[in-house]
Design a protein around this ligand. Structure first.
Ligand SMILES: CC(C)(COP(=O)(O)OP(=O)(O)OC[C@H]1O[C@@H](n2cnc3c(N)ncnc32)[C@H](O)[C@@H]1OP(=O)(O)O)[C@@H](O)C(=O)NCCC(=O)NCCS
Ligand SMILES: [Zn+2]
Length: 226
């Protein structure tokens, strides 16, 4: 089973991309105060629209996306489209999109050396995950934590439930071990997890809810963003 991944960099955003966004997306774009948040959101929308446009032979503006939140109905949930499984992520300089035939979750995070790992760990990590970070110090600890964090987020992003789930009930392997789901109270089916190489400043992971061996194809985004 193949999952296709594309990565854009924040400096690839161009104002004219916004013409293809629907009314909900235009509202969200306008509501971001910081230019960098606008750019990341715009690139996520644009890549999804252009990739599905190519797949379904439609103009990008005609691609129908549904981001309904399962809690409140507002358009800020997992992005969905008929006939395909998607996941979008953005952080720091990177914006990623994954497309497959089974539920996918993609997560990227910029490594933040200032993050209070102990505080986040208490709230969000299982005891086994905390132990897996014990051997690291300084920047290596920030990187290891970020890798574990993206593994967990990729898993929860498959279903669209999001961080309302108690993150401690999704347990992933330690950063020096092959990426895999160790336990997930809310889901009993097959899962696969893999780290993705995105350079030293970010960490990324991809999860898929399917048993067939996962092949990840990382594509050239420049064709999508010309
Ligand atoms: C989804 C979530 C895990 C990702 O957070 P993050 O790491 O800060 O951000 P990322 O950039 O990696 O992911 C954001 C993208 O994930 C997608 N997304 C949003 N909610 C999602 C969810 N519940 N599950 C999976 N994907 C989701 C969207 O495509 C979003 O990008 P877009 O809005 O530009 O299209 C987190 O935002 C979350 O759990 N949100 C839901 C919280 C909630 O339940 N809110 C209820 C509000 S009423
Ligand atoms: Zn909501």
């Amino acid at each position: 089973m193949t999952v296709e991944v594309w990565w854009a960099r924040i400096d690839q955003a161009r104002d004219e991309f916004a013409v293809d966004l629907d009314a909900d997306e235009q509202r969200r774009l306008a509501a971001y105060r910081r230019d960098e948040d606008k750019a990341r959101f715009l690139l996520g929308c644009t890549m999804v629209r252009r990739l599905l446009a190519a797949r379904f032979s439609l103009p990008a503006a005609k691609v129908r996306l549904d981001r309904s939140c399962p809690d409140c109905g507002k358009p800020h949930g997992k992005v969905r489209a008929d006939g395909v499984e998607l996941s979008v992520t953005h952080s720091g300089e990177l914006i990623g999109v994954a497309i497959g035939d089974h539920p996918v979750g993609l997560d990227v995070e910029k490594v933040d050396p200032g993050v209070d790992i102990d505080a986040v760990s208490r709230l969000c990590l299982a005891p086994e995950e905390v132990r897996g970070l014990a051997q690291y110090d300084g920047i290596a600890r920030a990187k290891a934590f970020t890798q574990v964090w993206t593994r967990k987020e990729a898993v929860i992003k498959t279903t669209g439930v999001g961080v309302r789930a108690d993150l401690r009930t999704v347990v992933v392997s330690a950063p020096d071990q092959r990426a895999e789901v160790r336990a997930w109270a809310a889901y009993a089916g097959p899962t696969q997890l893999t780290d993705l190489e995105v350079g030293a400043d970010h960490a990324a992971a991809l999860a898929v809810l399917h048993a067939e061996p996962l092949v990840v194809r990382v594509n050239d985004e420049t064709q999508v963003l010309i």
